[in-house]
Design a protein around this ligand. Structure first.
Ligand code: S3P
Length: 444
């Protein structure tokens, strides 16, 4: 993909439905009793992988664009009745599909195999094998990697699980398995609360989920569900994806004179830290509350750029600690914004970036350097100097959608043209409309 620099971005748009919420909506609708219509379902390839896997498990799924109808497989006794699949369950590039469904399948009385593409097959799966093993399911993998063979069992044993990594996918996996366990399954978050879409969506489907703060532990929470809880089908609407909205927001922040408005964006507090981070970097960003859709707060985000980014407070250009888990997917594009900030930007405590769709520390650093930025790489993050004017360059997407989009944003603000190899092929993983939408906002 060849990207020419832009003068500024102007316009109003709607980003497609949230990817994390859409995965959960489809899976929980499949577990529920009755039919659910999901509106504004994510257009991402990742969420199509989830629908396809559910079909292979015998679930009736009908799709018309962003509207998805799922006939739940929930049985009368509260047990789920998926069919043993005759084919492997291909999760494509999607970690959420694989890790959450591993939890669902652990409580099904049959064996199945979850596979993924090359990137997904390189990502760590011990983090779900371990708790599901403790619950009594038998899972095997090759050296902790996909393909995952799941020999489910019902009922599972309930556990009290201290998560070793801050991961919403692991938390969700254990909670979903917990629905098929005897007794109450508890998951202790290691630090700040990771995205709580599973908890909110389970409540939407009528399950009682407890989220309790651990006293004297800096806001750490324990989340729990009771085994055998029933899910009741209920239509829902998915909010816009804040992780997708972060890209036009960042582009507007970098280009003086820009003004971009995005409506209906999900503003779940466990996801919205990117907005505070942008404000902290001096971005003119405001939010108007638009109420809740299906248990998720939404709003309108407005970004205005008057040029020149100065940190709002001392230390605002260091992102570290527990907060990192709440903006993990936005870190590559925040690093790009960091190149325009007085004093640059430092990101630490973000080791998890190394096990995403690509090693996002290495890939972000490589592309920033190729564009002429001065960057230091740490084991757990990076530091980029600023402000600098980026130079157009020949870049790799590394097959990673968020790297492709982060550097498309960088390219708009750079001097000269940028070529990002493989960008068009991979952005569809989360945001297929990305390039046309960005172009529709661009003034040259
Ligand atoms: C996700 C959780 C995060 C995030 C991913 C989606 C989810 O992963 O990076 O894009 O939908 O639960 P981890 O749980 O591995 O942190």
């Amino acid at each position: 993909m060849l990207i020419r620099p832009a003068r500024r971005l102007r316009g109003r748009l709607r980003v497609p439905g949230d990817k994390s919420v859409s995965h959960r909506a489809a899976m929980l609708a499949a577990l529920a009793r009755g039919g659910t219509t999901i509106t504004n379902f994510s257009s991402s390839v990742d969420c199509s992988s989830t629908l396809e896997v559910l079909r292979r498990l015998g679930v009736f799924v009908e799709r018309d664009g962003a509207t998805v109808r799922v006939e739940g497989a929930g049985g009368d006794e509260g047990g789920q009745r998926f069919q043993p699949p005759s084919l492997e369950l291909d999760c494509g590039n999607s970690g959420t599909t694989m890790r959450l469904l591993a939890g669902v399948l652990a409580a099904q009385p049959f064996a199945s195999t979850l596979t993924g593409d090359e990137s997904l097959s390189g990502r760590p799966m011990r983090r779900v094998l371990e708790p599901l093993g403790l619950m009594g399911a038998r899972l095997s993998a090759v050296d902790g990697h996909a393909p995952l063979r799941v020999e489910g069992r019902r009922p599972l044993r309930s556990i009290r699980y201290e998560m070793p990594v801050a991961s919403a996918q692991v938390k969700s996996c254990v909670l979903l398995a917990g629905l098929g366990a005897e007794g109450r399954t508890e998951v202790f978050e290691p630090a700040a609360q990771t995205r709580d879409h599973t908890e909110r969506m389970l409540r939407w489907f009528g399950v009682e989920v407890r989220t309790e703060e651990l006293s004297g532990d800096g806001g750490r929470v324990v989340v729990s569900v009771e085994g055998g809880s029933r899910l009741t089908a209920r239509d829902l609407t998915v909010p816009g994806d804040i992780s997708s909205a972060a890209f036009p927001a960042a582009a507007a922040a970098l280009l003086e004179g820009s003004e971009v408005e995005m409506e209906g964006v999900g503003l779940n507090p466990t996801r919205a830290a990117v907005l505070d981070a942008l404000r902290g970097l001096g971005v003119g960003l405001s939010v108007e509350d638009e109420g809740e859709t299906s248990n998720e707060p939404t709003g309108l985000i407005r970004v205005r750029s008057e040029g020149g980014l100065t940190p709002a407070a001392p230390g605002a250009n260091v992102i570290r600690g527990a907060l990192v888990a709440q903006l993990i997917d936005e870190l590559p594009v925040l690093a790009v914004v960091g190149t325009a900030v007085e004093g640059g930007l430092e990101i630490r405590d973000a080791r998890e970036l190394r096990v995403k769709e690509s090693d996002r520390i290495t890939t972000t650093v490589a592309n920033l350097r190729a564009m002429g930025a001065e960057v230091e790489e740490f084991e757990d993050g990076l530091r980029v100097e600023g402000p600098v004017r980026l130079r157009g360059a020949r870049l790799q997407s590394y097959g990673d959608h968020r790297i492709a989009m982060a550097f498309a944003v960088a390219a708009l603000a750079a001097e000269g043209e940028t070529l990002i190899e493989g960008a068009e092929e991979c952005v569809g993983v989360s945001f297929p409309e990305f390039f046309p939408l960005l172009e529709s906002l661009t003034e040259r």
